[in-house]
Design a protein around this ligand. Structure first.
Ligand SMILES: Nc1ncnc2c1ncn2[C@@H]1O[C@H](COP(=O)(O)OP(=O)(O)O)[C@@H](O)[C@H]1O
Ligand SMILES: [Mg+2]
Length: 249
């Protein structure tokens, strides 16, 4: 039984003479981890940018939690519970973990310090620490600026931010693309743990082996259109693997 948290129908996106998306249908079920695949130029990024409020589609409908929505900008999509982690991750390199997690939404200090405009650093640091604790990727010191962090640790901070703010839908663009072998496994563990938290996740991923390890469904696009979709029963689902390869050819 499908239980859609997000449904897009009849999505068309025109950039001048270029049709990036042509009557695309897309569904994300509550709590599922879905992989979005397709060759370069297939329309994956454009579709994701529509979901995260960067683009308004030329035509089509977006239904979130059963209600039609229109996103005017990325803040709109965020407020509606959709967090997107782009490849460059959009962290503030010179800031520590807590500052990154609370960026733009700092807590004010209690009592008289509020009058002086102080932020409540202690409580933000404590909650940031708790947010990254227990994640598959370990962060040795949350007071260090994130510029020193590895790719996997940066993913972890970005994910912690999404979890902290209660986002229901997390979109990750190539989360394992720039990582080494061991760290890739950690990030895949991290993605699996999101499913356990009940998050609904969209992954743009090229590596089919990684897709097989974490996703329960793959949606394949080609030339701005739906190519097909495959349910994945587990990492060893050879039939699903073959079907994905076929659709990508
Ligand atoms: N801002 C834009 N202006 C013009 N064409 C664009 C723009 N963004 C994407 N496109 C075109 O739309 C198509 C889909 O691109 P994209 O969504 O980036 O594909 P993918 O992420 O799957 O590689 C491509 O032909 C691309 O050149
Ligand atoms: Mg892209």
């Amino acid at each position: 039984m499908s239980d859609p948290i997000l449904e897009l129908s009849g999505i068309t996106m025109q950039f001048g003479p270029v049709t990036a998306l042509d009557d695309v249908q897309f569904r994300l079920d509550r709590g599922e981890t879905l992989a979005l695949l397709g060759d370069n130029g297939a329309g994956k990024s454009t579709l994701i940018k529509i979901v995260s409020g960067y683009y308004r589609p030329t035509a089509g409908r977006i239904v979130l939690n059963g209600r039609p929505v229109t996103f005017h900008d990325p803040q709109d999509a965020r407020r509606a519970g959709i967090e997107t982690i782009y490849q460059d991750l959009a962290l503030f390199d010179n800031l520590d973990v807590a500052a990154n997690i609370f960026a733009g939404q700092e807590r004010v200090a209690p009592g008289w310090r509020r009058l002086l405009g102080f932020a409540d650093r202690r409580s933000m640091a404590r909650d940031a620490e708790a947010a990254v604790a227990g994640m598959a990727v370990t962060i040795p010191d949350t007071r260090r600026a994130v510029e020193d962090f590895s790719g996997g640790q940066r993913q972890c901070v970005a994910i912690a931010r999404a979890v902290m703010w209660g986002r229901e839908i997390l979109i990750m663009d190539e989360p394992t693309a720039a990582l080494g072998v061991r760290e890739t496994q950690r990030v895949l563990d991290l993605i699996r743990s999101l499913k356990a938290r009940g998050m609904s996740v969209i992954l743009i991923m090229h590596n089919i082996e990684h897709v097989m390890q974490v996703a329960t469904r793959a949606v394949v696009m080609r030339s701005g259109r739906n190519r097909g979709e495959v349910a994945i029963s587990g990492p060893d689902d050879a039939e699903a693997h073959a079907a994905i390869v076929r659709m990508l050819m």
